[in-house]
Ligand binder design. Structure first.
Ligand SMILES: [Zn+2]
Ligand SMILES: [Zn+2]
Length: 356
């Protein structure tokens, strides 16, 4: 543990250095982060795409030593590409999973996210949106609320910032001392809508992934708030870290021209956001015509067929959105009382909204 204290590069070719005591790991197309304290204790931020549990564990072993175990897992948000290994790891490590209260419905089987907008963007990610898991996971045995004072459990010198828009309870993390920002998907450092940019890892400040962003006005305010922190380093869920003037200029440009750069010209949520509260999605605007030709969608699907989503999708009811009328377990989570629903089974009280 001692040896890894100030180590900037882990030596694992899959991980990359972000800043002192901050490392990233890319799982197919999304990053997660390891953040350590000077004493060698650490937390995991996000948990990658489905099927990446052993990859995360081997990266953790590489950085922190065999059988290293974090103090906690923190989720910037609950999209499927950030929670792939969360259940396995929380169980195995027996650690709490921290999230914002507004993200809880999507982590406790209470509500699905608003339907992804496959009519936006022009890249492979949008083409594949129809295939992404839509059903919320249920990790209520492990999930805990982030402290309201902005502190980050397990870390000193960091605080969390509520950055809604991409999801209702999205958070970013900031270390004041050297102005390191772990962004989540509040903004990205590559063009998620461009398949070429995804492959080449060209660094450029972009808005959040469009196909999954249901509230653009909130997203703009969040980017503005993050830019005003004047980060020196920004490590996003998608793209490689950016720093210094390049980051500053990119962020300034994004804030100023957000509705041109980040917001799609047309799409389901462009003029009207999805509405959600602490119990989940309340309403979504009607769908718009899908601008992606079917043949392109199929080509995109084939091109990205390597993704191991099939096992997950087998459990997904097609096109269904679930939200329970039962109160959310906020108090139960906060008070540590046992859950009333087996997290390994479907919530019997949840019902289907059938958003188109
Ligand atoms: Zn996301
Ligand atoms: Zn993401």
């Amino acid at each position: 543990m001692e040896a890894s204290k100030n180590k900037l590069f882990s030596g694992n070719r899959q991980t990359f250095a972000v800043a002192p005591r901050v490392w990233g790991l890319k799982t197919i197309f999304v990053n997660l982060y390891f953040i350590a304290e000077p004493d060698g204790s650490w937390i995991l931020v996000d948990a990658g795409v489905p099927g990446c549990t052993s990859k995360i564990k081997s990266a953790a072993a590489e950085i922190f030593g065999e059988d290293a175990r974090p103090k906690a897992i923190l989720l910037t948000h609950g999209h499927f590409d950030h929670i792939g290994a969360v259940k396995d790891l929380a169980e195995e490590w027996d650690v709490p999973v921290y999230a914002h209260p507004l993200e809880l419905p999507y982590l406790t089987g209470q509500s699905s996210y608003p339907p992804p907008d496959s009519s936006v963007g022009g890249g492979g990610m949008a083409y594949m949106a129809f295939a992404y898991p839509k059903k919320p996971i249920n990790i209520r045995n492990y999930v805990e609320l982030l402290p309201p004072d902005g502190s980050v459990p397990g870390l000193t010198g960091w605080h969390w910032i509520h950055t809604p828009g991409h999801t209702p309870g999205h958070v970013s993390l900031f270390r004041e001392e050297d102005r390191v920002l772990v962004v989540g998907d509040a903004f990205t450092t590559r063009d998620a809508e461009s398949a070429i940019a995804v492959m080449t890892e060209k660094r450029e400040v972009h808005g959040p992934p469009a196909y999954f962003t249901p509230d653009w006005a909130a997203s703009h305010r969040s980017v503005d708030a993050l830019a005003s922190l004047d980060p020196e380093v920004a490590a996003s869920g998608h793209g490689m870290p950016m720093r210094g003037d390049e980051l500053r200029r990119g962020l300034e440009n994004l804030v100023k021209n957000f509705w041109v750069i980040a917001v799609p010209t047309k799409g389901r949520y462009v003029h009207e956001p999805a509405v959600a509260d602490e119990r989940g999605v309340i309403s979504v605007p009607p769908p718009v015509g899908n601008s992606v030709p079917k043949v392109m969608a199929i080509a995109g699907a084939l091109a990205l067929a390597g993704f191991a989503f099939s096992a997950l999708n087998r459990r997904v009811k097609s096109n269904s959105q679930i939200r329970s009328d039962r109160p959310l377990p906020h108090n139960r989570v906060a008070s540590g009382l046992p859950p009333t629903v087996d997290p390994d089974h479907d919530d019997p009280t949840a019902h289907t909204n059938n958003y188109p």
